[in-house]
Design a protein around this ligand. Structure first.
Ligand code: NIG
Ligand code: FE
Length: 422
């Protein structure tokens, strides 16, 4: 972090916009507080060396900073400025596509039925095993470009379409290369426990052992992932199996995430609380006990309404969760099966329409709370002095119009670490 003094030479100045700072109180924004979004009208933001050095109104800022001939000035009068959006749950890197299943489901065929018949995740596993590292990097880059254009500056990416050592490493290696080749910041998650591979379909314990004793230690020693995630679901990984995998992951030094209560109520949420996971995701079928258990934990619930939309399932009980005092984050779950959209602003609109959230709640859910869900709250997720200058300028005069004009891309400028990237 740079040392901010009165003489700090500002290299980027954004002036005159409606600034959604999304600043919290040093903790995730929970319950009723999600309704109170911090906004500065006609605000100024000054940045130096990729860091935000001053935020406020014109007069306060002018005394704090030094504008030079070198300062890049962005005029945001009549526009909205928000923190860079954070997509905290995606399966970004994969081979192939599954539009055929999309249309089958549209005709009423069930997602788990397709998976049980060897399609679904397993069909993407075949395509990902067949893809070269270069192909995975190229398709990943294109998808990150879609996201960046929509104002997304940080993306969590899971493996889980290899289900063997070589392909899991290839997916994570693709994430590492992508980080060097484009501006979106990536957070990497190992998800070898995403489905039962063909080779182990009659030996579940053998696969769990393989993950625990071979794959996770290898991923760890190559420093290819920060998190481990498990698909805890009926017919996939049971609570006991998930517990074994995540407990070992924790011992190896990984942080934890979990796909919980997506299609059935199993208790993955309670497991997340017990193990101190950073997030529990999906939660369509979360129980009252699950909600209570989350309240006494620091697990961030991440809700993925575009998956419920695609699978035509009931939405997670977001209102009940917020009214119980919980924070929530929202993400896309972008993947080739249950959610082929990479559009986080569209997810914000879905959360308003189908989960009954207010625009104030959804902005917290894709900025500051999403940053907590990735353990990045010191760097990203709000417009505050000392944080990274990750900013989006929207070409509209009020933040409430962003989820309202759903499906329309209102992004004007995207700034990542002080650099204009769109
Ligand atoms: O989060 N639920 C498991 N995994 C993904 C779906 C992956 C796929 O269908 O390829 C999800 O919904
Ligand atoms: Fe997912």
């Amino acid at each position: 972090m740079i040392d901010i003094t009165k003489d700090t030479a500002v290299d980027l100045l954004i002036r005159g916009g409606q600034i959604v700072t999304a600043a919290g109180q040093g903790c995730p924004v929970k319950g009723r507080a999600m309704q109170k979004l911090d906004v500065i009208e006609k605000g100024w933001i000054a940045c130096a060396d990729g860091t935000i050095v001053a935020v406020g109104n014109r007069d306060t800022i002018k005394n704090q900073i030094q504008v030079t001939n070198e300062t890049h000035i962005i005029d945001a009068v009549g526009k909205v400025v928000t923190p860079g959006l954070v997509d905290s749950h995606t399966h970004l890197v994969f081979g192939g596509s599954r539009e055929d299943e999309f249309y089958m489901r549209a005709q009423g065929v069930d997602y788990m039925e397709i998976m049980g018949a060897g399609g679904g995740i397993l069909s993407t596993v075949r395509a990902t095993r067949d893809a070269s590292l270069e192909e995975l990097v190229e398709s990943g880059k294109q998808r990150l470009w879609w996201m960046l254009q929509l104002g997304v500056t940080t993306v969590e990416c899971k493996s889980g379409y290899g289900l063997d050592l070589e392909t899991e490493l290839k997916q994570l290696e693709a994430v590492r290369i992508l980080q060097q080749q484009q501006p979106v910041e990536l957070v990497s998650t190992f998800m070898g426990a995403h489905a039962w591979p063909e080779e182990y379909k009659n030996d579940e314990e053998g696969y769990v052992d393989f993950l625990i004793s071979t794959v996770m230690p290898e991923v760890r020693s190559r420093e290819l992932a920060e998190y481990v995630d498990v698909f805890c679901e009926t017919g996939v990984f049971s609570v006991e199996q998930s517990c074994r995998i995540l407990t070992r992951a924790k011992e190896l030094g990984f942080k934890l995430r979990i796909h919980a209560e997506e299609m059935s109520t199993l208790g993955g949420t309670e497991l997340a609380a017990e193990l101190g996971a950073t997030s529990a995701d999906h939660l369509l079928m979360i129980s009252q006990e699950g909600i209570s258990r989350l309240r006494s934990s620091d697990v961030m619930p991440i809700l993925l309404p575009a998956t419920a939309f695609t699978l035509r399932k009931p939405y997670a009980p977001a209102r009940l969760m917020i009214e119980s005092g919980l924070p929530i984050a929202l993400a896309t779950d972008f993947n080739p099966g249950s959610c082929p959209t990479a559009n986080l602003p569209l997810v914000m609109s879905m959360a308003c329409l189908y989960m009954g959230l207010s625009p104030e709640e959804v902005f917290h859910a894709v900025t500051i709370n999403a940053s907590y869900s990735l353990d990045r709250s010191h760097e990203i997720g709000s417009i505050e002095v000392g944080k990274q200058a990750d900013l989006v300028v929207f070409d509209t005069d009020h933040y409430r119009k962003i989820p309202y004009y759903y499906g329309v891309n209102l992004v004007d400028t995207v700034i990542k670490q002080g650099r204009v990237v769109i």
